[in-house]
Write a protein that binds this ligand. Structure first.
Ligand code: NAP
Length: 458
């Protein structure tokens, strides 16, 4: 895959990049290893000051950076601005909280282990390789990098090949904030080169956000090399609506969750599972709102939904829908790819999906909603748990017993009640089943790439 910015709004290749070759890759790994040594001599306050300065750079450059994101992957300019600012906030969050999250843990009664003193302390692992996707070109990277660097690690980024300008922005931004040269840098490489980098003995660990296929490949290589891996993979999150729910609020949030980021969010709700008593009412509200969205140029402030990021991504989405429609499912709105330039696909709602259809099992990465009618909570849970994914989930009910049952029985890394899933720096984020393992954000996220070292003293 060429390393290039191909504008999904026009289909035009705007900029191509030469991949880094052996000597440049070696230079960047060597520099990162040197940075790890330099970081060892720094304290939290120093790193926090650099992180704050980097956050200030992001804030100051929000407009130009947002335009890069929109040009490279087609998200609306408004959401691109939001992404940049969220990154800056998360940097500040870790600048403030890293020291507390990584404070020594002292054993109250060391005599119980025959010691005069015993404690555990968190130390950085070294260089962490991050293999990242294009859908949130800055946010996916920063939510790993902010905690990892605050812990004292160095980061090497292998970004998705279709967001090289975002990757090169990230390449320099941390050193511009004051971090030592090499603390964070980009490798402009294809996925075939990832194996050799993971196997390099100077690389301590790897984190991948992306598809199951990529996750499985990278985790296998890391496993063979006995290196720590964190995987943030796909999702097909359920959105359950029960009779006690505020239907207007649920429908509004359903639209937001399904079409945010042009429908290309791992935690976007994808399967809408609605109790039969309120099915017709919810369907009408949902379909009306989906039909009213403005699809078009993501640079325009009035646009709600921009294009799919890649032509192959749109092909995959269209095939999933077409196959389901051919097998008897019904599109209540959308479902037809428009002619014209760019990789647009309309907001679509489909009902009549059966387990035999790929649409039932697979992730729809675009503004396509699957609607299911269920008789009760038990059936809702069965459908919710009926895919191999387990990233997050959304449940709408004001019945406390029902809520508790969903929280207990849904197989996912998170449950959002009467709301939609959002990632916050304060809350752990990650999945189970084929949605991956490990956690990002909060205290859990910064501890993933640390050695919890036990110190026992006689
Ligand atoms: P992808 O094709 O898996 O690519 C992700 C990254 O992995 C890219 O940098 C890609 O490089 C690289 N890659 C692909 N195959 C590889 C391999 N065999 N070995 C090493 N590296 C490989 O995924 P995507 O299409 O960019 O992203 C969409 C997916 O990410 C969706 O499934 C989405 O749900 C998931 N996602 C998950 C989360 C989460 O937090 N759980 C967040 C966002 C997205 P190239 O671009 O060079 O191929």
């Amino acid at each position: 895959m060429a390393i290039a910015t191909v504008n999904p709004t026009t289909g035009i290749t705007e900029k191509t990049f030469d991949a880094h070759t052996g000597p440049e890759i070696e230079r960047r790994i060597t520099r990162a290893a040197q940075a790890v040594r330099e970081l060892r001599a720094t304290d939290f306050q120093t790193r926090a000051a650099w992180m704050m300065a980097t956050a200030d750079i992001l804030d100051a450059e929000v407009e130009s950076t947002a335009r890069i994101l929109t040009t490279e992957m087609g998200k609306t300019l408004a959401s691109a601005r939001g992404e940049v600012l969220k990154c800056a906030n998360t940097m500040r969050y870790y600048a403030v909280h890293a020291e507390g999250f990584l404070a020594d843990e002292t054993l109250d009664d060391p005599s119980s282990v025959g010691a005069s003193a015993a404690r555990s302390l968190y130390q950085p692992l070294g260089i962490v390789l991050a293999v990242m996707p294009w859908n949130y070109p800055l946010w996916q990277v920063i939510r790993f990098a902010a905690p990892a660097l605050m812990a004292g690690n160095a980061g090497l980024l292998k970004h998705a090949s279709n967001v090289p300008q975002s990757a090169m922005y990230l390449d320099s931004v941390f050193t511009r904030g004051g971090f030592p040269e090499g603390t964070f840098s980009t490798l402009l490489i294809g996925s075939a080169e990832v194996k050799a980098v993971i196997e390099d003995r100077r690389i301590a660990a790897v984190t991948l956000t992306g598809s199951e296929l990529a996750g499985s490949s990278v985790a296998s290589i890391a496993g063979a090399a006995i290196k720590k891996a964190v995987l943030e993979l796909g999702g097909s999150d359920p959105f359950i609506v029960m009779p006690s729910a505020d239907l207007a609020a649920a429908a509004a949030m359903a639209v937001k969750s399904r079409t945010g980021n042009n429908g290309q969010s791992c935690i976007g709700a994808k399967r809408f599972i609605v109790h039969t008593d309120v099915y017709e009412r919810f369907r009408e509200l949902f379909v009306t709102k989906m039909a009213a969205l403005t699809v078009g140029d993501p640079m325009q402030e009035t646009t709600d939904v921009g294009p799919i990021a890649t032509s192959s991504g749109r092909d995959d989405l269209r095939e999933l829908v077409d196959e389901a429609l051919a097998a008897g499912a019904v599109a209540l709105v959308g479902g037809i790819q428009p002619d014209g330039p760019g990789w647009f696909y309309p907001p679509t709602v489909i009902e009549g999906i059966t387990p035999q259809m790929r649409l039932f099992q697979e992730e729809t990465f675009g503004p396509v909603a699957a609607l299911y009618r269920v008789a009760d909570a038990a059936e809702a849970i069965e459908i919710a748990n009926g895919t191999d994914f387990g990233l997050s989930s959304n449940v709408w009910t004001t019945d406390a017993a029902e809520r508790d049952r969903f929280v207990r029985e849904i197989e996912a890394g998170a449950v959002f009640v009467n709301g939609m899933t959002v990632s916050y720096p304060e809350l752990p984020f990650g999945g189970i089943k084929v949605s991956g393992y490990g956690r990002e954000l909060a205290a859990a996220g910064i501890r993933e790439f640390c050695n919890l070292k036990t110190v026992w003293e006689a």
